[in-house]
Ligand binder design. Structure first.
Ligand SMILES: [Zn+2]
Length: 57
């Protein structure tokens, strides 16, 4: 099984890292940014992606 780095559903809108371990991150194209709440669409998409990974053998 291949380990895929799945962003947490509540992870940053820009990079997917959880708020408590975020601090400051540099990530293109946003550059240096603080944790930003993901949009409802992002949360749904991430949850769906997680479920798809769990089902796939
Ligand atoms: Zn971020």
């Amino acid at each position: 099984m291949v380990a895929i780095a799945m962003p947490s559903p509540s992870g940053c809108q820009h990079c997917g890292i959880d708020e408590r371990e975020h601090m400051g991150r540099w990530k293109p194209p946003v550059g240096w940014h603080k944790w930003t709440a993901p949009t409802q669409d992002q949360i749904k998409t991430r949850m769906r992606a997680r479920r798809a990974v769990r089902i796939t053998p």
